[in-house]
Design a protein around this ligand. Structure first.
Ligand code: FES
Length: 297
């Protein structure tokens, strides 16, 4: 007797990391994971760009793209630089400050991100924002996770150990336009607080008549010591021109909805839900003559 159950179609994906099958309606990333093929990824919902690749020559996100036929997968080419760890030190809770040696041929602006590989032959990498740079050193803040395939080895390395970094990319940097802003707001949570504090600090240095507010978005007490240490540094530099507060995320959104800051630069960096909530309010923010600058969009 013939079965009446319709079998889902399967497509063949050919990649330099092996051939694997993808079910009809399945994303390339899900199929790769199911078949044990590693594609670099983070958010899995189409916002971080780390799974970008080429399918039959077209730029796509592996976490969103669902093939309709057999196809060829290629990773985006990335130029990596061999370098070494200078030091890794614990800042607070699960967050570490990692300093990496830089050559002087490349620019790594504060807020841009770099892809870090601890093993050149592995496809595993993680994006980190540049928190400080200068004197041939780039500093990033790294949060250790229980299963952090990059963060755990990176924070356990010794001075002089080899690692690989990409060129810097991303738009989460202080824009160099001529418009002046009355104030600057930085909203961040987790290890993104450090990079946001650095950008806000640079804003104050460049806009000597302006003030700033740095808001640690708090939904738990997990990163309080880290927030305190980062805050102390920026307070020491700009004490009378910066206010640093911890605020509940929902409260912040209500405030943006009801009295959005005008003529301000607004920086947002943190988890996906935070970035998405601000992105939904972009029109409102811009209609108040402010500018929204985010890490993941
Ligand atoms: S993992 Fe696909 S965009 Fe983030």
């Amino acid at each position: 007797m013939f079965s009446l159950i319709k079998r889902a179609k399967r497509f063949k994906i050919d990649s330099s990391y092996g051939e694997f099958s993808c079910k009809e309606g399945e994303t390339v990333l899900a199929a790769a994971n199911r078949n044990g093929v590693y594609i670099p990824h983070q958010c899995t919902v189409g916002t971080c760009n780390s799974c970008s690749c080429k399918i039959n020559g077209l730029d796509v996100l592996a976490c969103r793209y669902k093939p309709q036929s057999d196809c060829q997968l290629k990773y985006q080419d990335e130029t990596l630089f061999k370098t070494e760890l200078i030091e890794s030190s614990h800042i607070g809770e699960s967050i570490y400050q990692v300093k990496i040696l830089l050559d002087d041929k490349h620019q790594y602006p504060i807020g841009s991100y770099i892809n870090v590989y601890v093993d050149r032959h592995s496809k595993s990498s993680r994006k980190y924002s540049v928190v400080e740079n200068g004197n041939s050193v780039v500093t990033i803040h790294v949060k250790r996770h229980k299963y952090g395939v990059i963060s755990n080895p990176l924070t356990s390395m010794n001075s002089g150990d080899v690692l690989y970094i990409s060129e810097a990319s991303g738009n989460y940097i202080l824009p160099s336009n001529n418009r002046s802003y009355e104030s600057c707001y930085g909203f961040a949570n987790g290890s993104a607080f450090g990079v946001t504090a650095s950008i806000v600090s640079d804003f104050l240095t460049e806009n000597t008549d302006s003030n700033a507010t740095l808001i640690a978005l708090s939904r738990n007490k997990e990163t309080n010591l880290y927030y305190e240490k980062v805050s102390k540094k920026i307070m020491d530099k700009h004490s009378n021109r910066i206010k640093i507060i911890t605020k509940d995320f929902e409260e912040v959104l209500n405030q943006i909805d009801n009295s959005c800051p005008s003529n301000s630069m607004i920086f947002v960096c943190g988890s996906n839900d935070i970035n998405k909530a601000f992105n939904l309010r972009k029109d409102n923010i811009e209609s108040n003559k402010s500018i929204l600058i985010q890490e993941s969009f």
